[in-house]
Design a binder for this molecule. Sequence first.
Ligand code: 5RP
Length: 225
Amino acid sequence: MSAVNEKKVAALEAVKYIKSGMTIGLGTGSTAFYMIEAIGAMVQNGMELKAVATSNETEKLATKLGINVITLAEAKRLDVTIDGADEVDENFKLIKGGGGALLREKIVAHNSDLNIIIADSSKNVTKLGKFKLPIETIPFATQLITAELDGMGLSPVQRMRGTEDYKTDENNDIIDIDIWNTEIKLTDLEQQLKTIPGIVETGLFLTTTNLVIIGNGENAIVKKR
Ligand code: 5RP
């Protein structure tokens, strides 16, 4: 079965956790797209929901589908957030940020009672790091951070959009780093990266995920933490 179908299978399983009256978090990316589409249909069929979007792209899509998008400040706390991932390991640890929305995604995950990750089977890995880890940085510091990460052996590459620097919704930069061969434990790496001034957030999501739903052929595999 194609990755597209597996994404749909995972998304349709995940939206079963959404009940009328909830305030929910909406992730970003091509897998999240199918979840937002399904929630749009649920709202059109009368379900009452409020939603916080993790990116401008998601906000635009959700609004178009009639979903009531509110700010995180208005929501205060979210019942459920459903989001995609670039890699998921068997310990519910993730690499996210391929789509550049890692900062808002991590904030929303932190403020959510239940975090569900949806993915096609290609995202399931035994070890994180084949996918380059996105790091969001303040433009003022990006060049120096890149040099520092290079010194740590992490092969940093600033993300580009054509010939321009890639910019996040917060107008920050992204540096993609290679953690595949690092001997540093992920929790320590996360801590080390966060101590470098100018690094706003990393795409390592180590503790927030409660449920992973993987589309596997025609089936959804649900894993609870
Ligand atoms: C965006 C993300 C996405 O969830 C991640 O990149 C997966 O995207 P897709 O579902 O398109 O493969 O973290 O910042």
